[in-house]
Design a protein around this ligand. Structure first.
Ligand code: ATP
Ligand code: MG
Length: 334
């Protein structure tokens, strides 16, 4: 049976990048055939320091964001990763399948570790192995993510293939990354060469799902751009990363092809374009923010949903981990 799995880390407030690249696409897979499994990946979040009280709050806030964007806990399985032991268990088994050389090629680790990699957690290095476990412990076949996670889904395929090869089995399927739309890689508002991230130290670099209309408008007004007017077609934005980013965001928010957006704004400067962009951003985000606030008003209900989702997730994941251990020759005698 086809299964979709995706996760988001409760490592900060959600950004417009998370929303356009991942979150807003999730509800649309419901009722289309595949089983949909959505996860708050708290075990991934602690690969960098998380204040315990903040982690709890952000886990609920992220669950509220899933719900606000249309994920239905009856139609989908919605839970937090640490309540399902299969993720960490399978990750260990995969740590023994994945090769050091594969991990060394992961660009996310290089970006996050920076120059002083001696001082980052071992977990940050092993992150892709846990992500492979997240996906494969459900035998998921498709993974909707932003462009930045493509390399990790490919590594997941490599781990599945090596496991299958080493143990002479076809137990793990090769999952496909689903990366679609004009906002698969939303860039920072301050630096067109960096992706927008919830863990970026600069709040001005991103639009948060919880920002109010004034804040969104301010951040877009201050976003880095150039002095040129907008070109007639996307080709003309080739060497203008900041301008291209804002046009891509506009296109994704309004669900219009990029060239249609440029058709309307051709020849105009950012003095005109930025207020128009701020308007559509507020229009799309305000209802989501309002629903998140509603869900956040009842934390006990969120915890109940996550617990129930974890039970359903465990029922799928546990037998797959047990079978994996059996294939590897580990005695299961109780
Ligand atoms: P962190 O900085 O802590 O890694 P993040 O903003 O990268 O946070 P993740 O939880 O790592 O968020 O990723 C959640 C999902 O959002 C993934 O599918 C990822 O590909 C997607 N995503 C993250 N940033 C962007 C972005 N700038 N544009 C499009 N998609 C994004
Ligand atoms: Mg990330």
């Amino acid at each position: 049976k086809p299964r979709i799995f995706s996760g988001i880390q409760p490592s900060g407030g959600l950004t417009l990048g998370n929303y356009l690249g991942a979150l807003r696409r999730f509800a649309g897979f419901q009722g289309t055939g595949p089983e949909t499994i959505y996860c708050v990946v708290d075990l991934h979040a602690i690969t960098v320091w998380q204040d315990p009280a903040e982690l709890t709050r952000r886990t609920r806030e992220l669950a509220a964001a899933y719900l606000a964007s249309g994920v239905d806990p009856e139609q989908s399985i919605l839970f937090n990763q640490s309540q399902v032991p299969a993720h960490a268990e399978l990750a260990w088994l995969f740590n023994c399948v994945a090769r050091l050389g594969w991990m060394n090629r992961m660009t996310q680790f290089k970006d996050k570790a920076g120059k002083n990699s001696e001082n980052v957690s071992l977990g940050l290095y092993a992150y892709p192995s846990l992500m492979a476990a997240d996906i494969l412990t459900y035998h998921a076949t498709a993974v909707p993510v932003g462009e930045d996670q493509k390399q990790h889904v490919e590594l997941t395929r490599d781990i599945a293939a090596k496991f299958n090869h080493d143990y002479g089995t076809e137990f793990f399927p090769a999952p496909e990354p689903l990366i679609e739309g004009s906002a698969t890689r939303v860039m920072s508002l301050r630096d067109g060469s960096k992706k927008m991230s919830k863990s970026d130290p600069s709040d001005a670099s991103r639009i948060n799902l919880t920002d109010d209309a004034d804040t969104i408008t301010q951040k877009i007004r201050k976003a880095r751009t150039d002095a040129e007017p907008l070109p007639a077609t996307f080709e003309g934005l080739k060497d203008r990363p900041e301008a291209r980013n804002l046009v891509n965001i506009y296109s994704a928010l309004t669900d219009e092809p990029v060239n249609a957006v440029l058709g309307r704004f051709e020849g105009q400067g950012f003095g005109t374009f930025k207020p128009a962009l701020a308007e559509v951003a507020v229009e799309v985000l305000a209802p989501i923010t309002a629903k998140m606030t509603q869900f956040m008003a009842d934390p006990a209900e969120i915890d109940r949903i996550l617990g129930k989702g974890a039970d359903r997730a465990h029922a799928i994941a546990h037998p797959i981990v047990e079978r994996t251990k059996e294939i590897m020759g580990m005695i299961r005698s109780r």
